[in-house]
Ligand binder design. Sequence first.
Ligand code: ACM
Length: 271
Amino acid sequence: MTVQCGYIQFRPELGETDKNMARIESLLHHADGAQLLVLPELSNSGYQFVSREEAEAFSEEIPGGPFSSFLIQWARGHRQYIVAGINERSDSRLFNTAILVGPDGMVGKYRKMHLFWDEVDLFDPGDIALTVFNLPFARLGMLICFDWMFPEVWRILALKGADIICHPSNLVLPFAQQAVPVHGLVNRVFIITANRTGTERGLKFSGCSFISDPLGRTLHTASREEDEVYFTGLDTDRARYKMITPRNHAFKDRRPDQYTLLVSDAVDKPS
Ligand code: ACM
């Protein structure tokens, strides 16, 4: 089935939650015809907080907060699915979260597991199991930015049946745009990485949001600096074909009996 999927790349402003929401709304008006859209990490609040107190000041509860409510209302009215990075407060905890909303309201959320750099001082590590959501047109998984470094999470979502992995990001290291499509190749899934642009407190974000296919090919890349709304047709059936050669299957050829180290936290252990 061909599904119109894409991303919105833009430049959230630190702590400007109302302004960011208004900017997102104005960009969404350019996405008529898209069925699934992915927005960057922490798209409501910005990223480079100096303290947990500051991060918390621009957080909200899900689904009751203003940004969540806006997304739910938009998705209902426009019959679209949206994945968006959001700064989530839950009781005394703070999470770097991705929310998934659709025509029937909130569908689910994912909380970033692998926190990057000073994020470890700001957010609690994700505590929700990796989940694949069954949409009418595709099975969808979510990861957030630095999660990209950990092949295990891509594999788990693919093993759980994801066709498309949505990847809200605030990328700063120069590797992900090359490396992430390889996760798509080895797992035979589509990936939508929605990155942000701009600089916050000296930290420069790398733009170049992209969509890659189950052969690891980048179908489209945004510019480094400009806002962009982009979507294109993805044939989700292609993500269900897991043969690498006529005699090799991406999943069935695995050797889990040899992978036991992967489920221990041991490192640097000479055999
Ligand atoms: C990142 O995880 N925002 C680099």
